[in-house]
Design a binder for this molecule. Structure first.
Ligand code: PY5
Length: 306
């Protein structure tokens, strides 16, 4: 699916025409992957577009940058306002939002600390990442032969551009084998997450997801779903999950900004089936919360027109 252009992209403090938001071919981030980004969504609500958990995303952006020692030229408050401005500039009722911080042109050695940091924010319409009918049919997932990056060689809690080669290797393998998505185990052979999503299972009426110490990204959707599941009365355990627990789950689903909540119908040809009742209830609640329909979750929304 090619990106659908919008009018403006925010670049280093100002809105520029979409086609002019370019960088030099020698920016170090393109060569070495030393950059950080976010994936955020704005949803259509009765009060105009609302960005879902904008502050949490910008806090993670700042944390990712801190882990790479990239001094961001804009603070969290400035980034929040810049995101709202960019969403308004697109004129779209809902969109996907991609902030990125990268090393600007000038240096080429492997020490990134000599480079200056630049920031851009782009928005475009992006539908359901794993397919329009995902809530009714679910996706087929494959346990990847690629292991999720671990803390001994990378920074699994940071959203670093270069780390996504790991995600894409797993995604390509899964898609080429005829599946919709990959599930990556970690270097200890426990379940980590999808290529761009966190993972949840339902077993014996309880909701399970791997803890952050297993090398997963601290997903904003993940933490939202944990809160929603507990509010709905289910027990949620952040616990280590084995491959055999995947195969014998009663229900399973992915969570992520792009993917939202995506039920899993089979893993490595072991059928889990149609989306189950707990998955559906959490999915419906998440979707209503994101669209501003639930009073209890209003503080998760940043209204762009306010
Ligand atoms: N794990 C990984 C490796 C991710 O890339 C993502 C988000 C998640 C988990 C879920 O995190 P969150 O709920 O905070 O989005 N992936 C990006 C996204 O925008 C990129 C996907 C193409 O969803």
């Amino acid at each position: 699916m090619p990106i659908q252009k919008t009018e403006k992209i925010w670049m280093n403090g100002k809105l520029v025409p979409w086609d002019e938001a370019t960088v030099h071919v020698l920016v170090p981030t393109l060569h070495y992957g030393w950059g950080v980004f976010e994936g955020i969504r704005a949803y259509e609500t009765k009060r105009g577009p609302a960005v879902f958990r904008l502050r949490e995303h910008m806090e993670r952006f700042q944390q990712s940058a801190d882990m790479l020692m990239m001094p961001l030229p804009y603070g969290i408050e400035e980034m929040i306002e810049a995101v709202k401005l960019t969403v308004r500039a697109t004129g779209l009722p809902s969109c996907y939002i991609r902030p990125i911080a990268y090393l600007g042109y000038g240096e080429m050695g492997l020490n990134p600390l000599s480079s200056h940091v630049e920031v851009a924010i782009a928005c475009w319409p992006w539908g359901a990442y794993l397919g329009d009918d995902v809530m009714t049919h679910g996706v087929r997932a494959k346990v990847s032969s690629w292991r999720r990056i671990d803390g001994g060689s990378m920074l699994p809690l940071a959203k670093i551009t270069g780390q996504y080669v790991n995600s894409s290797l797993a995604k390509v393998e899964a898609v080429k084998a005829g599946y919709d998505e990959a599930i990556l185990l970690n270097s200890r052979d426990f379940v980590a997450e999808g290529s761009g999503e966190n993972l949840f299972l339902v077993r014996e009426g309880e909701v399970l997801t791997p803890p952050l110490s297993e090398g997963v990204l601290g997903g904003v959707t993940r933490s939202s779903v944990i809160k929603i599941a507990r509010d709905l009365g289910w027990t949620v355990h952040e616990q280590v999950i084995s491959r055999s627990e995947l195969y014998t789950a009663d229900e399973a689903f992915f969570t992520g900004t792009a993917a939202e909540l995506a039920p899993i119908r089979a893993i490595d040809e072991r059928e889990i089936g149609d989306p189950g009742p707990i998955t559906r209830k959490i999915g419906e609640t998440f979707s209503a919360a994101a669209k501003g329909e639930l009073e209890a979750y209003q503080d998760w929304l940043a209204y762009c027109d306010d």
